[in-house]
Ligand binder design. Structure first.
Ligand code: FPP
Length: 251
């Protein structure tokens, strides 16, 4: 999708979300429907990732967080896990030049220490090469689990409290946010989940508190920039009240 098409599909004058998060689901079903190996679904899914990253950049979205591998995904057969890690490595190697060219910074949230050393090495290299980019953040959730993130946050705060660096009475929502993987980032405005499942699946449990949800039956490998733009148009019609009333001063 070219820049012009992306812009043309967007209704006039609508504000794009600052942060979009995506649960990229349905790669396995996409492959099964075609009697292909599940890994082929992931390969096709990586092409969708490429297209959606480009579209987000063209539309001026600041942060795109993609759920690429969950803490639970380690339980999959070793062949599938290895294929996903290999795919990730190839994806980062092949996208490095475009990320640099398009002023996109690479971020990673999750348990980096559980990833294979060669994946971490590529991540380190691409992160170093894109560290100064400020056009967009491509944030990959890798070996990510919301409950693990919250547990690590509690531990980090407890360690500081025990050391006398932080007084328990002063712990507030900002303290919590500052000790999550996503510290410094705005919460997602919009969460898209593909393949029709109506669940959060341990993704960004704290950060999604007021996020608008959109579930599409489309399987991730079939998801297109055109559908993405349609979802943004739908999002722009939502009435976000954050628990308040609209308009704010209404009695
Ligand atoms: C869920 O589909 C998808 C994943 C567990 C992996 C997501 C990975 C990609 C989209 C490709 C690689 C990522 C990057 C960033 C290059 P599923 O396998 O659970 O599908 P199913 O529910 O239909 O079985």
């Amino acid at each position: 999708m070219s820049s012009d098409i992306a812009q043309a599909g967007l209704s006039n004058g609508i504000a794009v979300p600052r942060h979009v998060a995506v649960i990229m689901d349905g790669n396995g079903r996409w492959a099964k429907k075609r009697l292909l190996n599940r890994v082929m679904g992931h390969e096709k899914g990586a092409d969708t990732v490429r297209a959606i990253v480009r579209t987000c950049r063209e539309l001026g979205i600041s942060v795109l967080t993609l759920y690429a591998f969950s803490t639970e995904n380690w339980q999959r057969p070793a062949t599938e896990v290895n294929a996903l890690m290999g795919l990730l490595k190839r994806f980062l190697n092949s996208e490095e030049a475009e990320l640099k060219d398009k002023n996109i910074r690479l971020g990673v949230i999750g348990q980096r220490h559980r990833l294979p050393a060669e994946v971490n090495a590529v991540i380190d290299r691409v992160q170093a090469a894109t560290a100064d980019n400020d056009g967009m953040l491509l944030n990959l959730a890798l070996s990510y689990g919301g409950r693990t993130e919250i547990t690590e946050m509690v531990r980090a705060i407890a360690v500081k409290a025990a050391a006398g660096e932080l007084s328990p009475e002063r712990i507030d929502e900002q303290t919590v946010a500052d000790h999550l993987y996503t510290r410094g980032l705005p919460d997602p405005d919009l969460l898209i989940r593909t393949s029709g499942e109506m669940r959060i699946s341990n993704f960004l449990l704290w950060q999604l508190a007021y996020t608008e949800l959109y579930v599409t039956p489309t399987l991730w490998p079939d998801f297109t920039p055109e559908e993405f733009v349609r979802i943004l148009n739908d999002f722009s019609q939502r009435d976000r009240r954050f628990g308040g009333v609209d308009p704010p001063n209404q009695t």
